[in-house]
Each structure stands twice: as structure tokens, then as C-alpha cells.
Design a protein. Sequence first.
Length: 198
Amino acid sequence: MRAGFPVARKGMVIGLLGGSFDPAHGGHVHITREALKRMGLDRVWWLVSPGNPLKTRGPAPLADRMAHARKVMRDPRVVVSDIEARLGTRFTAETLKSLKALYPGVRFVWLMGADNLVQFHRWDSWEDILRMVPVGVLARPGWGVRARMSKAARIYGGDLVDRGEVLRSKPAPAWCFVNLPMDGSSSSAIRAQGGWQR
């Protein structure tokens, strides 16, 4: 494996949680631990993105966000990575294609909060993402009904599975909605309250 890239063995099931992590917070930690437990994942990689194509304002410097994420997420099963910057990919579909080529025999599951499912149809090549890897959607406060009624949920309703651990082996397209105890932490709220210095 190339220097600076996470290590993974053939047969592992790895959850991918992408985002700007601007800043990482307890909510990210909570959904990561729940995904590990409820989906039977071997590892979760936090993909700290260089920037979000759907946001007009750029995030804090990548090195600062990475350092903060590593302070917040202390679990040997979780890797905080700048793999998208290393790959030079801008969109999730591109990142997934590259990861599948780099890690043959590793199974990836894309993780997202319910708030992201609501606008998932706006992502570049969003249907390709659903066809490439299973997707685990984790409940977020106030987003459950809208997520279940979203365009992506309606179009791919026939591919919904009832338990997260099914994603370990079910081929894409497959997705689940995982209800879990809520954590209301929000990067936007932390920034608005001045709790994150850029």
C-alpha cells in the first residue's frame, strides 16, 4: 500500500464516513461507534475532505481539521484520513472508484447521517454511489421523516434492508436506516457559537 494510505486486509468490511469535519465532534464519534456495533464493521475510516462541493464557504485548513478529528476520535478501529486529498478526488463517486481499485477484496460501506440522505440526490453521480457500495444511513435528530421520504429513499425503497449487519454481505444497491440514541451535536452550531477557531 502507498505511504500515507490506511492499511486494510482482504475480506475486511470498512465503513467510510466522509465530510469536512469542520469541526469533528461528539456526534461524529457517536454515529461511528454505533455503525461499528450495528453494522458489524471491522473498521471505520473518517475521510476528512479537502472541501465540500455543495458548500460555498471553504472549511478550516485540512491539517487543523485532521488534528482536531484525531483528538476527538480515539478508537483503534477508526482511522482519520486525508485520503481524498492524497487521491486528488473531489466527489464521493470518484473516491469510491479509486478505493475499490486500490483495495481489491475489501468491502466498503458508505456511512451518512439522515440529514445527508435528504439531499443525497444532489450529489455528483449519486446513483453510481448506490450501485457501487451499500449505504448505512444513521438517524440524526429531526431528520428521520424527511430522510425516509427523500428522493433517494423513494427511488431505492426496494433496496432497503431491515438490519445494518446485512450490509456486510449484501451486494449494492442496498441501504439501511439505523435508528439509534440521538446526539444533537452539529459542526455548524459549534462554528456559530465560536467553539471552533479557524
